[in-house]
Design a protein around this ligand. Structure first.
Ligand code: NAD
Length: 359
């Protein structure tokens, strides 16, 4: 049966960058014997404008039926004053929760051609290729009880609960080990086992699960050290696996090592490998509609989709090679532009990747 991709451009630059990603999928269909059905739907602020909800039931249904979801970005100034329950970001959270996307995969890759874009010295970051696997639906962001209460003495106290069950830890561990098996076979599990009992269990379960992966080398690091090592010597890492909150922070730090928010894709997977794929950046309202946004993060998200949900690793490789090729040609959108390069707009960049794929 033909596989189906739900295409959700969202808001701001979402439509512009997703248009380029769809050009890549169209090229796969015409030139590479790849067949897939695409269906587009609204999410975020544009969905709210259309029907009063950032995640209409029809969009959720499409996302549930599809084999994978390609998302642009949501949000923008226009919707900032809305009640929190109907803000664009609720659409994104609703998709993650509704699809049970518990594993967030964020590669931090620095193409050598862009080494100057990093705030770190080129020799520290050139050729950086880390995969951060963040648990996405548990931990302190979801744990109960939570809230702000008033004590007998009248003082207020805020509280949240860090909780992970053994199966929750085990399933994210499996994702990390499986990914490492296809890479350099090293997993670093990041915790705070010296202080938090919950992450003491995390470490225990990771060690236990590693027995099923004798070819993988498992190491452990406290989160404070991991943050330091990421900026000191990031190339020591292959796959990092960690909790929701630690992953939130470390993956942003790792992304910034590469200095180019417009280059980084992400995947969020469920238990069966179905996933939602999106660039890590937002809807960039400051440049929306100008045709200058970098579409490469979204195009690379398509490559991740092919690799992790559609079992088409060779096509994923082809897209990634095409992206390297356009960078080698010196083509740059304004966010990654430097002297001596040729500045291109969003659609010219998409067209260049399509041409490079055909070479
Ligand atoms: P942002 O990522 O949208 O933009 C930050 C900066 O990076 C801006 O200067 C922007 O122009 C630039 N930028 C981002 N993507 C780019 C690209 N592809 N090419 C070139 N430049 C790019 O973050 P923000 O400004 O903090 O947020 C804007 C809106 O996006 C907010 O409403 C926020 O809630 C939303 N947001 C959505 C997501 C998502 O949909 N996953 C993620 C983050 C932020």
């Amino acid at each position: 049966m033909t596989k189906k991709i739900a295409v959700l451009p969202g808001d701001g630059i979402g439509q512009e960058i997703v248009t380029e990603a769809v050009k890549i999928i169209d090229c796969l269909q015409t030139d590479f014997d790849f067949k897939v059905e695409l269906e587009e739907a609204l999410v975020g602020g544009s969905a709210f404008d259309d029907c009063g909800s950032p995640l209409p039931e029809s969009t959720m249904q499409l996302a549930r039926q599809a084999d994978a979801v390609l998302l642009g970005a949501v949000g923008g100034h226009k919707w900032e004053a809305l009640d929190i329950a109907v803000r664009p970001e609720k659409g994104l959270l609703g998709l993650r929760a509704g699809l049970g996307l518990f594993a967030n995969l964020r590669p931090a890759i620095l193409y050598p051609q862009l080494a100057d874009a990093s705030t770190l010295k080129p020799e520290i970051v050139a050729d950086l290729d880390i995969m951060i696997v963040r648990e996405l639906t548990g931990g302190i962001y979801f744990g109960q009880p939570r809230g702000v209460r008033t004590l007998k003495n009248g003082e207020r106290e805020g509280f949240n609960t860090l909780v992970y069950s053994e199966p929750e830890i085990r399933r994210i561990g499996k994702v990390a080990f499986d990914i490492a098996a296809k890479r350099n076979k090293r997993v670093c599990s990041v915790d705070k086992a010296n202080v938090l009992e919950c992450t003491e269990l995390w470490r225990e379960v990771m060690i236990d699960e590693a027995d099923n992966y004798p070819e993988i080398e498992l190491s452990h690091m406290y989160v404070d050290n991991a943050a330091m090592q990421l900026v000191r010597a990031p190339k020591q890492f292959d796959v990092m696996v960690t909790t929701n909150m630690f992953g939130d922070i470390l993956s942003d730090a790792a992304a910034m090592l590469t200095g180019s928010i417009g280059m980084l894709p992400s995947a969020s997977l469920d238990e069966n490998g179905k996933g939602m794929y999106e660039p890590i950046h937002g809807s960039a309202p400051d440049i929306a509609g100008q045709g200058v946004a970098n579409p490469l993060a979204t195009i690379l998200s398509v490559a991740m989709m092919l690799r992790y949900s559609l079992d088409e690793a060779a096509l994923a490789d082809r897209i990634e090679a095409a992206v390297r090729n356009v960078l080698d040609q010196g083509l740059r959108t304004q966010d990654i532009f430097s002297d001596g390069m040729r500045k291109v707009g969003t659609s010219e960049m998409g067209d260049a990747v399509v041409s490079a794929m055909r070479q």
